[in-house]
Design a protein around this ligand. Structure first.
Ligand SMILES: CC(C)(COP(=O)(O)OP(=O)(O)OC[C@H]1O[C@@H](n2cnc3c(N)ncnc32)[C@H](O)[C@@H]1OP(=O)(O)O)[C@@H](O)C(=O)NCCC(=O)NCCS
Length: 333
């Protein structure tokens, strides 16, 4: 039988520091009510502490997976990290995680697809399992967005937060695991959401720092429009080509960028609100972290055989959907 890549454990980590909407009203011209009604976000977590970065959050999430599955660090074959806020431009955050955790038999890489980083990484990691080459692949999604957010820009600072989530992929031959994926990209969308300086086109300089060009630049309304359409389109398409109706789908795991985008996507899929994973009110948009953090938060509610649709949209533009059959009951283990 065909080898599929099944998620067999989840891990997650959010930093302790809570940045509330009320706190933001003291930093930029906004109101608690505006943020909550326009985005669905009440608070987000911020990683504080000298020398701490994305790898540190990933390590905490992956440690949980090793503990849950009683694995040795030497059992892991690969670590793929979806992130746009890696510890350094190089080496990769994956490389640093392997060192920090003693994953001596593993290799890996970072995958930059912004909010779609985890979904791209999950689809990619699955290939290494499906070919039979590897048995234990960790896929993480994590961003320390506070490192690239301008806390003087009310259009972006209200949305983003820090966090990490991770899953373990293992081979399955009983029909569980990842069954289909649709991945899309359109680089023309980069004009609406990007970081102007810090890369090879515009290396860091005093002038770029003074112009605050190392922070996220976003034209929110344009991104919103593309996100609603992109996420709903791929979700509908993946359901159709797998003969799934809203009744067949147990859970939608949407990227958590704006509650209104999520609601529009669920509507198009014919899903009631109780089938939609949500944690945006507590964590905001953690970019590549949102989807694995949802899986981690909701793990206990998931049942073996549940049909799950993961849907994402992010800078690039990048977007996509994954259909998988959940492979385990947490409570029965
Ligand atoms: C950013 C976002 C929340 C803004 O919400 P919006 O409803 O589109 O708001 P707009 O930008 O149209 O602004 C509406 C009004 O609110 C104001 N406003 C913008 N940010 C505000 C804030 N934080 N507090 C109060 N008012 C604000 C605007 O100035 C504008 O005022 P005006 O009508 O007087 O000009 C929304 O566009 C969004 O979520 N976009 C997608 C973001 C996203 O998904 N990004 C991650 C990548 S997937």
């Amino acid at each position: 039988m065909k080898i599929r890549a099944a998620i067999t454990a989840t891990g997650g980590y959010v930093p302790d520091f809570v940045l509330t909407n009320k706190m933001l009203t003291g930093m930029v011209e906004t109101s608690e009510e505006w943020i909550e009604t326009r985005t669905g976000i009440k608070e987000r977590r911020i990683l504080k502490g000298e020398g701490l970065g994305t790898s540190d959050m990933c390590v905490k999430a992956i440690e949980q997976i090793l503990k849950k599955k009683n694995l040795s660090p030497l059992d892991i074959d690969m670590v793929i990290v979806g992130t746009i806020t890696g510890d350094h431009i190089f080496p990769s955050t994956s490389n640093i995680i392997c060192d920090k955790m003693g994953l001596k038999n593993a290799w890996g890489y970072d995958l930059a697809a912004a909010c779609s980083g985890f979904v791209y990484a999950l689809a990619t990691g699955a290939q290494f399992i499906e070919t039979g080459k590897y048995k234990k692949v960790i896929v993480a999604g994590s961003d320390k967005m506070s490192s690239i957010i301008d806390y003087q820009d009310r259009a972006t600072c209200i949305i983003f937060g820090d966090g990490a989530g991770a899953v373990l992929l293992e081979p399955d031959t009983e029909g569980f695991g990842i069954r289909d994926s649709i991945l899309r990209a359109d680089g023309a969308g980069r004009q609406y959401l990007h970081q102007k300086a810090g890369g090879s086109v515009k290396p860091p300089s005093h002038a770029s720092i003074d112009a605050r060009e190392h922070y996220v630049y976003q034209e929110g309304q344009a991104v919103f429009k593309y996100a609603v359409k992109g996420m709903a389109d791929v979700s509908e398409e993946i359901m159709k080509r797998n003969n799934l109706t809203g009744n067949d789908v147990a859970w939608l795991v949407p990227h958590q960028a704006n509650k209104r985008i999520i609601d529009a996507c669920a509507d198009r899929m014919g899903l009631s609100a109780d089938k939609v994973m949500l944690n945006i009110e507590r964590y905001g948009n953690t970019t590549a972290g949102t989807i694995p953090l949802c899986l981690w938060d909701y793990e206990k509610k998931l049942k073996k055989g549940d049909n799950i649709i993961i849907a994402t949209f992010g800078a690039g533009f990048t977007w996509g959907a994954i259909y998988l059959k959940w492979a385990y009951d947490t409570n029965n283990e």
